[in-house]
Design a binder for this molecule. Structure first.
Ligand code: ME8
Length: 521
């Protein structure tokens, strides 16, 4: 097992403030990064912004700003958003960074020198908002862009081409040999059948129609078109190319997250570019679905967006993180609505988890003054074994879900355990045991079972809701420094006798209940 792990998000266009849909990918990346760190891995978590191109140039002009001044402003806002969502990225790459631009030019030069890039003329249908050329067969009826449904225009320009067609066979071979390079595998079929098998055309990779981009090093009236510039970020952030012309070890264990809107670029152009550069491919691409808003994709250009900053300020960062992570099933779309957000907060967080924690702690304080008695040995009840078995089973499902990119299910697995623990309270009725002097040892077993279950639940949910789970762990008398968390996490999924430091106290609710009527009106 490699001890290094690399995770990346797409680099977003700072053409506008980001919305809760873009936040999904970044929160998901953070969830995975924190999980891997908790497993003791050395993690490199990369996110950033894709700042060149005509769309940004236009937006900046509308605001009477230079493109760089415009993106500086949006990027400052994005970094603030990531701070408020507790995103623990290790590096934030901007395609305007001098280091990135220099390396992109070196990549372009290398591809040109070896004959993988050549000069030609491009004629086609161009969608300005999407900055994409389309072939006639790809257009929707009425000459509309298949991505954004807006009219396209014919355009011709001299430009450099990347020999994508040369890599057709190797791409087919890739998907035959490594079917899980791209998941869900339904996406592989889509790529192979709709794009690769029908024949790949060489790709226009430079533009002369606008200036805001990285200049082609040997022909500066051209700028390098957005996809070579943008896709390269995943390797320029690792300092490629350098004198060794290779990628560090961490690349072997890399997971790239993306939305289904940009699968084609990542599943076809990106591996072909890496093949041309004679570099290994990332380990896996995971394409998630979209967060929809009233049955439409939430998108910056459509303007139907929900502002994530406002949501975190209103409901708390962990509630929003949890909601996003639970809402999108594997590879499929999810739906944002205020009602479902409030419902999840109330049912899953306030009722199921919050109550389990506050009730268990309150009983420990009430019946044992918040300390494990030295002179009493716990005596098992008839329900203990089943709770223990459920914990072992659910935590093993939780880990398996990470391997299978089933992230919403990883959380669902822990909530099954939470529900089981709540049922255990009803089954054992600690308040009845407390009234019988000869049941004290059983009562102790019940309370310790609840606290141990909660400890393991909080560790498993820590990557999703870091600050609330740290509160729970501290409330349970656990050390929460990094070394200790890693040591505790190694042991989750098998049963342990609960132990803690100090005297435990009752706690304020971690997730206060919301009044649905007040929130929706
Ligand atoms: O495509 N639901 O940038 P972008 C879920 N710069 N995820 C969503 C979403 C939604 N409604 N809307 C956006 C670009 N996303 C390029 C990428 S990478 C080398 C270059 C997420 O700002 C999702 O991850 O349009 C999607 O792929 C990404 O934001 C697109 O961001």
């Amino acid at each position: 097992m490699s001890d290094k792990f690399y995770i990346s998000t797409p680099i977003y266009y700072p053409s506008n403030k980001l919305h809760i849909g873009n936040s999904y990918t970044t929160v998901l990346a953070d969830y995975i990064a924190r999980y891997e760190r908790l497993r003791g891995k050395e993690v490199f978590f990369l996110t950033g912004t894709d700042e060149h191109g005509q769309k940004i140039e236009k937006k900046a002009t509308e605001r009477h700003l230079a493109p760089r001044a415009f993106t500086d402003e949006v990027v400052a806002w994005i970094k603030e958003l990531w701070r408020s969502l507790d995103i623990s990225y290790d590096y934030y790459i901007r395609t305007v960074d001098e280091d990135h631009c220099r390396r992109v030019q070196m990549i372009f030069q290398k591809l040109y020198d070896q004959g993988d890039i050549y000069k030609g003329a491009y004629q086609g249908w161009y969608c300005t908002p999407c900055e994409t050329f389309w072939t006639g067969t790809q257009l929707l009826a009425g000459n509309l862009c298949p991505d954004c449904n807006r009219p396209v225009e014919t355009a011709q320009e001299e430009c450099y081409f990347f020999r994508l067609s040369k890599y057709q066979d190797r791409l087919l071979q890739l998907y035959k040999e490594r079917p899980d390079f791209l998941v869900p595998t339904a996406r592989v079929n889509e790529m192979v059948k709709n794009f690769i098998e029908p024949g790949l055309q060489d790709l226009a990779v430079s533009r002369t129609s606008f200036k805001w981009g990285v200049p082609v090093p040997f022909d500066p009236k051209h700028v390098i078109y957005v996809w070579i510039d943008a896709l390269s970020n995943y390797i320029t952030a690792l300092h490629y190319p350098d004198e060794r012309q290779t990628l560090p070890d961490i690349w072997q264990n890399s997971l790239q997250l993306l939305g289904k809107d940009i699968v084609r670029f990542h599943a076809i152009i990106w591996p072909a570019l890496l093949m041309a550069l004679n570099l290994p491919l990332p380990k896996k691409l995971y394409a998630h679905g979209w967060l929809m808003f009233k049955d439409d994709k939430m998108s910056k250009s459509k303007g139907n967006v929900v502002d994530p900053l406002i949501l975190t300020q209103r409901y708390g960062v962990d509630a929003i993180r949890y909601y996003l992570l639970s809402e999108l099933p594997y590879g499929a779309d999810g739906h944002f609505s205020n009602e479902s957000l409030i419902e999840r907060i109330n049912i899953n967080l306030a009722n199921d988890l919050g109550n389990l924690y506050s009730r268990s702690l309150a009983m420990f304080v009430k019946y044992f003054a918040g300390e494990i008695p030295q002179d009493l040995k716990p005596e098992a009840t008839a329900f203990d074994a089943d709770l223990e078995q459920t914990l072992v089973k659910q935590i093993s499902i939780y880990h398996r879900c990470f391997k299978e990119n089933q992230y919403s299910n990883s959380l669902a697995a822990i909530f099954v355990l939470i529900q089981r623990a709540n049922k255990y309270i009803d089954e054992t009725s600690p308040w009845v045991l407390a009234k019988q002097e000869d049941k004290k040892a059983e009562l102790l077993s019940v309370i310790l079972h609840l606290l141990e279950t909660l400890r393991q639940i909080a560790l498993c949910l820590y990557p999703a809701m870091p600050s609330s789970m740290l509160r729970i762990l501290s409330g349970l008398g656990q050390a929460t420094d990094k070394t200790n968390l890693i040591a505790q996490f190694k042991e989750v999924g098998s049963w342990h006798n609960f132990s803690c430091q100090g005297t435990l106290q009752t706690s304020e609710p971690i997730f206060p209940r919301l009044d649905m009527k007040k929130e929706i009106d």
